[in-house]
Ligand binder design. Structure first.
Ligand SMILES: Cc1cc2nc3c(=O)[nH]c(=O)nc-3n(C[C@H](O)[C@H](O)[C@H](O)COP(=O)(O)OP(=O)(O)OC[C@H]3O[C@@H](n4cnc5c(N)ncnc54)[C@H](O)[C@@H]3O)c2cc1C
Length: 460
């Protein structure tokens, strides 16, 4: 018996989870755990005590209440495609793996909304929408594994933010479980409901630190009648960004503007045996997509023809040829991952600072880490650049700090769409004031008094 006045921690017996989720959903074999213990970039290695796989909201609530009563930390994990290590449970923590929450309700065609389990993949959601002639407008290359719950928790952006906004803009209802097992939220999908704090807004981007998202209701949109894609070659980022701005002014139908550079395109071509898009190779390429009602193709062709600074162009107006052009952009993340551990610094710059940043960050890496390789690409339409550094030690946080300081000095955000997770939390102060971080902590404490959910993620 303890006599020091402190509360004794209850003994933790993982067998107690078996009646809640079933023995087959309490994974403890070290070889099996290994698959859930490392992040997609292979930079963040964890060591969860167990992986628990609940199959319903009630099971999530029961697991959380059990863990909270034992002050046992729980880290939610969806598809584990996150790029900042937020889904990785450290030693002694539980990994709450949510892909069994994969129920997809029938689409409510009247409201063009659908309610899905947090474990439903983006691919499955997009397919369900297409089956009834609608479309889910968020898209990203990890679509076959990324889950709706993970996408809400990270407020994922993706390829069409300039037209449809990030995940936050699509969520019209949420169901989530607080650390103590309380279920909150609603899935009515009311577009107007001003009855106090808006839980979907609070949970979008909360990275598993405030609640476990169990179900989400999302808004769908009408499909576009026509779509066209152009790959445009330029001499410089300045020329490319000027053309991007001109295109957006000329055409309301632009749905994606992506920027890639010669070295990244060359890497993609070598990694996946693709033919180079242009000969000679261009220094900077824009992948531009336009989609909308009938007539887009002519408007797009006219707008592209009027651009200045375009050295060469490839245009596709059918799905198959569009997909071929998209590969030069979409396969960057995979190609870079083949090189080994990658420092992924996903940042946004004000558009007027973007071209300057691309040169400044290259000069910084050449000066500070001459042995490293730098790979830059991104969603140029919204100022988002993915800064990828390979050839440096996985734990080299100093170089991350130097890049992120440059971003903050340039008026940008140190996380455009991937979140803060574990890899960027030491740098949160570059974008958030002490008062803001204290406010975030207060919100966290109000919802998760014992600090059960994802300690070590997001908050410094
Ligand atoms: C090839 C590739 C391309 C990508 N492209 C993009 C892109 O264009 N735009 C973009 O924004 N991201 C992109 N990503 C990153 C990633 O796909 C997104 O962050 C995605 O939202 C993560 O979903 P997930 O289910 O894999 O979440 P996980 O990686 O499992 O988790 C991510 C975070 O969410 C939390 N979480 C997961 N599920 C829940 C839940 N149900 N409740 C509460 N918290 C939860 C985790 O704890 C963690 O903090 C890309 C990744 C890859 C590998």
């Amino acid at each position: 018996m303890r006599h020091d006045g402190a509360m004794a921690s209850p003994v933790i017996d993982l067998d107690e989870l078996v009646p809640i989720v079933g023995a087959e959903n309490v994974l403890r074999d070290p070889e099996v755990l290994a698959g859930y213990a490392i992040d997609w970039t292979r930079r963040v290695q964890g060591a969860p005590s167990a992986v628990v796989r609940p199959g319903s909201t009630a099971e999530v609530a029961a697991v959380l209440a059990w863990a909270d009563a034992r002050t046992l930390a729980v880290v939610p994990q969806g598809g584990n495609t996150g790029l900042v290590g937020g889904a990785i449970a450290s030693a002694g923590q539980l990994c709450l793996q949510l892909t069994r929450l994969d129920a997809l309700e029938p689409v409510d065609v009247l409201s063009a909304q659908v309610t899905v389990g947090a474990g439903v993949t983006l691919d499955a959601l997009q397919l369900a929408a297409r089956r009834v002639g609608l479309r889910f407008p968020v898209d990203l290359a990890a679509r076959s594994a990324a889950t709706v719950g993970g996408m809400v928790a990270t407020n994922a952006g993706g390829l069409h933010v300039i037209r449809h906004g990030p995940m936050r803009a699509q969520v019209v209802g949420i169901e989530a479980v607080l650390a103590n097992g309380t279920v909150i939220g609603d899935l009515r999908g009311l577009l107007k409901d001003n009855t106090g704090y808006h839980f979907p807004s609070l949970l979008c981007g909360s990275e598993g630190t405030l609640a476990v998202i169990t179900r989400v209701r999302v808004q769908l949109v009408a499909p576009d009648a026509e779509q066209a894609v152009a790959l445009l070659a330029f001499d410089s980022a300045d020329d490319a960004l000027a053309a991007a701005a001109a295109l957006r002014h000329a055409l309301a139908d632009v749905s994606a503007i992506e920027l890639v550079l010669a070295d990244g395109v060359d890497l993609v071509c070598r990694s996946f045996e693709l033919a180079p898009p242009f000969d000679p190779p261009a220094a900077v390429l824009l992948l531009v997509e336009a989609s909308g009602p009938a007539g887009v193709l002519e408007r797009f062709a006219a707008a592209v023809a009027s651009l200045t600074g375009v050295l060469d162009a490839k245009v596709a107006d059918d799905a198959e040829r569009s997909a071929v052009l998209w590969r030069y952009r979409e396969r960057h993340t995979e190609a870079i991952a083949l090189l080994g551990v990658t420092h992924k610094l996903d940042v946004t710059l004000p558009l007027r600072r973007l071209a300057g940043f691309l040169s400044e960050v290259r000069a910084l890496i050449e000066r500070e880490r001459p042995e490293a390789s730098l790979w830059l690409f991104g969603h140029a339409g919204d100022g988002n650049v993915h800064v990828n550094i390979t050839g440096v030690a996985a734990d080299d946080e100093e170089i991350d700090g130097q890049v992120l300081e440059l971003v903050a000095r340039s008026g940008g955000s140190i996380s455009a769409e991937h979140g803060i997770g574990r890899t960027k939390r030491a740098f949160l102060h570059l974008n958030r004031t002490d008062g803001e971080i204290a406010t975030m902590r207060a919100i966290k404490h109000a919802l998760d008094r014992n600090g059960t959910l994802s300690p070590g993620v997001l908050l410094p």
